[in-house]
Design a protein around this ligand. Structure first.
Ligand SMILES: Cc1cc2nc3c(=O)[nH]c(=O)nc-3n(C[C@H](O)[C@H](O)[C@H](O)COP(=O)(O)OP(=O)(O)OC[C@H]3O[C@@H](n4cnc5c(N)ncnc54)[C@H](O)[C@@H]3O)c2cc1C
Length: 415
């Protein structure tokens, strides 16, 4: 029996609408179908990229809820698998695979975004613990997170990339304050996070103390791979962790809700529109015969197809180790597609593009997507930074001149 058929039979036997989400995710992880390329016992079965793809597609075809999504499985899990000890993998990766805990990425700071290695949040050793003070910002879903992947400075007397440590911080403790930030599309997806004498056991350091930059590069590579490669298969996604409030709900009810949301344009949140949606818009709004617009639409369609096929390659690479710089090409591509989708849709809508609300074309879906279109060109690193990565790491061009790899962090002039 081939893999797809085996998964389809397994799903038919194991999926029941009255299971709770926690029970379903447990079955999925125990079978190794949650994250097939991860190790046995941690939600996977050491599957090859090809097998993993077949499993994801078979689950999608079965109409079941897919594995937990978000920062944990997307970035934290692969990072701990690459750099963590066996105990750390058991402690942190297993609950990610079972969807029990949700994660935040606590990297960016008000003075450290593109230049992430300038981060100033401090971690000072106190016996078996580190004491954390400082501020992070733009942290997606931090208000839903149980744990955070934290980059903090443990040594100011060495150059900036060398004194950073990668720590797993419990978000549910005094000294961690999370404040959601509302974006221009009205959604509060990310947060700022303040630390005041928060504590992290030394046992929660991933990799060696002071060597966090290398560990962070793994997280960032997986983040770019996720942002650039889109979703693997069309499974139904549900938020993990206790704060999302889904774990005890019946999966049948969650699927019903997801379908209602998918069919209701007023509830859709997208960063870009498919070429099919743009074609539909052109016909509905009477632009179908405009040759200049048809040309742009066809170029958008061709670029979307190329992006989707190249994304497949990026996802496969990401499953076999740290993704390479090619994922920056993909991330850049989706950012450019999002901008083109915004420009095309707004030029078709005309003055109506300035209106919002349920009574506008497609229930405001088009305008909401336009307002979310800057997301892929910022989150996970800006377009300019992707171009630097492609230039330096893929094409072998010289690095930007800088002396900050020799000057101790405490002597650097910072904004
Ligand atoms: C939707 C979204 C989700 C995010 N989620 C998270 C998260 O979960 N966790 C987290 O830690 N962070 C997150 N971020 C933060 C994100 O990583 C930063 O916004 C990003 O790295 C840019 O940093 P910045 O905003 O400080 O801009 P800056 O670094 O101040 O950049 C400002 C401008 O200068 C340009 N620039 C800077 N340096 C160079 C250079 N060397 N060469 C050329 N141009 C340059 C930039 O490209 C940009 O146009 C998120 C951001 C967004 C938008």
């Amino acid at each position: 029996m081939d893999t797809a058929q085996a998964v389809a039979e397994w799903a038919a036997e194991n999926w029941h609408g009255d299971l709770t989400l926690a029970q379903w995710w447990q079955r999925l992880a125990d079978a190794g179908y949650a994250f097939p390329s991860w190790p046995v016992g941690l939600g996977g079965l050491n599957a090859s990229p090809g097998q993993a793809r077949q499993i994801s597609s078979a689950l999608a075809a079965a109409g079941v809820i897919g594995p937990p999504v978000g920062n944990g499985p997307g970035m934290g899990g692969p990072t701990v698998l690459a750099h963590g000890t066996a105990e750390q993998q058991q402690r942190f990766v297993a609950p990610m695979a079972y969807g029990q805990e949700a994660w935040a990425q606590l990297f960016s700071e008000p003075g450290a975004g593109s230049d992430l290695a300038s981060l100033a949040t401090s971690a000072v050793r106190d016996g078996d613990e580190f004491v954390i003070n400082g501020q992070k910002v733009w942290n997606s879903f931090a208000d839903m997170a149980d744990w955070g992947m934290l980059l903090a400075r443990t040594d100011v007397d060495v150059p900036k990339h060398k004194g950073i440590t990668y720590l797993m911080i419990d978000m549910n403790q005094p000294g961690v304050e999370v404040r959601p930030l509302v974006q221009m599309n009205g959604i509060a997806e990310f947060c700022e996070v303040f630390f005041t004498d928060a504590r992290v056991p030394v046992a929660n350091v991933i990799g060696a103390i002071g060597e966090g930059w290398n560990v962070a590069r793994t997280t960032l590579a997986f983040e770019r791979a996720g942002a650039g490669s889109g979703r693997a298969a069309n499974t139904i996604s549900v938020g993990a962790g206790s704060k999302a409030g889904n774990l005890q709900l019946p999966v049948g009810e969650l699927v019903k809700r997801a379908k209602q949301e998918a069919n209701d344009p007023t509830l859709r949140t997208e960063m870009l529109l498919s070429s099919r949606t743009l074609f539909k818009m052109a016909r509905a709004l009477g632009h179908g015969d405009d040759p200049a617009l048809r040309d742009r639409l066809m170029r958008y369609h061709a670029n979307s197809q190329v992006y989707s096929w190249t994304g497949q390659r990026g996802r496969d690479n990401a499953k076999t180790g740290r993704p390479g710089p090619e994922v920056s090409t993909l991330k850049l591509k989706i950012a450019l597609l999002a901008h083109e989708s915004r420009d095309l849709s707004m030029s078709m809508l005309g003055a109506e593009g300035m209106l919002m609300g349920d009574t506008t074309f497609e229930g405001g879906r088009i305008q909401r997507a336009a307002l979310a279109s800057p997301v892929p060109s910022l989150g996970g690193g800006t377009n300019e930074i992707q171009r630097n990565i492609i230039g330096e790491q893929a094409l072998g061009l010289p690095r930007e001149p800088s002396d900050d790899n020799v000057i101790p962090f405490r002597e650097l002039r910072r904004s």
